[in-house]
Design a protein around this ligand. Structure first.
Ligand SMILES: NC(=O)c1ccc[n+]([C@@H]2O[C@H](COP(=O)([O-])OP(=O)(O)OC[C@H]3O[C@@H](n4cnc5c(N)ncnc54)[C@H](OP(=O)(O)O)[C@@H]3O)[C@@H](O)[C@H]2O)c1
Length: 354
């Protein structure tokens, strides 16, 4: 019992790098940090120490990075976030999971990249001039993509690619993408098309033309029509929003259809609702999949170099084209985050690093 209390106290008292009162960094770089939880205003551009790669890491000079729903989630002042990321304050103050840039240095065990390579991939702390990451989280940047386009690919592209794979899509199958115009949705529409599916995109009125332009065969405007009330049946539902019950989605799935649950917290729900919804989604998905021929798959992203390379190839051959609504400078991260948190960005929000 005493040890549990001790662990709790240590956890409670844990500090972050904003607490250190040391002199100016010896090798400074600019980076976005969040020293406390809160709205987008807690994001600050700071001078911090440039990271040094360990033996298995690659140091990258970041040229562009992009925001994801995850970034808006971890900065929020919610008890669930505090439980996982630090009780009093965030233990790790870095932000940003996507990057595109140039290799600056490599650790001694790194074999697949060398100084000067142009790369894109996943990291922790992409909102910075430099960051370190593992080589399996990186791939060579397709030469026809700008750094901004490449930075929009990693997380959202992987979620779309790997999530659709859970759906086991066959050419000609009917696939519905709910939440088709955000970061994940715009890639999901294009990847499903490249797999030969007949794609129905669900979005709001202002995005109807956008989803048509990226290849959707049919569009449902959710402000006018509820897709779960139609007579149409889908082989795969790729659900970024999860704002319908299992029964409603089951009704529009074919008898052996697959529903891939990507946004299990749901878009724009309040804290209490989000926790309940996550638990309900995890539990009900398992139960329903056990007792019916329809499958509800809860999906979580896996870092995978081969999939990053596949995304790069799809972009190189223009089977997918990144949709970037707005580009910001690194120092404007709070403004970008404010817009992302509204939950209606069209495609990706990218930040450039000078
Ligand atoms: N499982 C994983 O590993 C994983 C990884 C990353 C992200 N995610 C989750 O995936 C989801 C999507 O991420 P994202 O980056 O694409 O978010 P995003 O860029 O913020 O996009 C959200 C989208 O939801 C749409 N939307 C909002 N309300 C809707 C409604 N009632 N019906 C249909 N669409 C609606 C918005 O379109 P309109 O503007 O047209 O309303 C917008 O396109 C998030 O819930 C995120 O947490 C999961």
């Amino acid at each position: 019992m005493l040890s549990i209390v001790a662990v709790f106290i240590a956890y409670w008292r844990s500090t972050n790098d904003c607490d250190s009162k040391t002199a100016a960094p010896a090798h400074p770089m600019k980076a976005i940090r969040y020293c406390e939880y809160g709205s987008a205003d807690v994001l600050k551009l700071q001078n911090v120490e440039k990271p040094v790669p360990n033996d298995d890491q690659v140091l990258i000079k970041v040229r562009a990075t992009s925001l994801n729903a995850f970034d808006a989630g971890v900065t929020r002042d919610l008890w669930l976030v505090r439980l996982f990321f630090g009780l009093r304050k965030p233990r790790d103050t870095r932000l940003g999971q996507d990057l595109a840039g140039q290799v600056e240095a490599v650790g001694k065990n790194v074999t697949q990249f060398k100084t000067g390579d142009e790369v894109f991939g996943l990291c922790r702390g992409g909102l910075a001039e430099y960051t370190c990451t593992r080589e399996r989280a990186l791939a060579i940047k397709p030469p026809n993509l700008t750094f901004e386009q490449a930075a929009s690919l990693p997380l959202a592209g992987l979620v779309a690619l790997q999530g659709l794979r859970e759906g086991k899509i066959q050419p000609g199958q009917k696939v519905l993408i709910n939440g088709a115009t955000g970061g994940v949705g715009t890639f999901a529409v294009q990847i499903a098309k490249s797999l030969g599916a007949e794609v129905t995109a669900v979005c709001s009125t202002r995005n109807v033309d956008l989803v048509r332009s990226i290849g959707a065969d049919h569009v449902i405007d959710y402000t006018k029509e509820d897709f779960t009330k139609s007579d149409q049946r889908y082989d795969v539902i790729f659900d970024n929003v999860c704002n319908h019950s299992f029964a409603e989605r089951g009704r529009v799935l074919t008898p052996k259809g697959i529903c891939v649950l990507v946004g299990i917290g749901g878009a724009g729900v309040k804290e209490g609702q989000a926790v309940g919804r996550i638990v309900n989604n995890l539990f009900t998905a398992r139960v329903r999949s056990s007792f019916t021929n329809q499958k509800f798959a809860v999906y979580g992203i896996k870092t995978n170099k081969q999939d990053l390379t596949t995304l790069g190839d799809l972009a190189q051959t223009e089977k997918i084209k990144p949709v970037i609504e707005r580009t910001y400078k690194l120092g404007d991260a709070p403004e970008a985050m404010r817009y992302l948190a509204e939950g209606h960005a069209r495609g990706k929000l990218v930040l450039t690093v000078p």
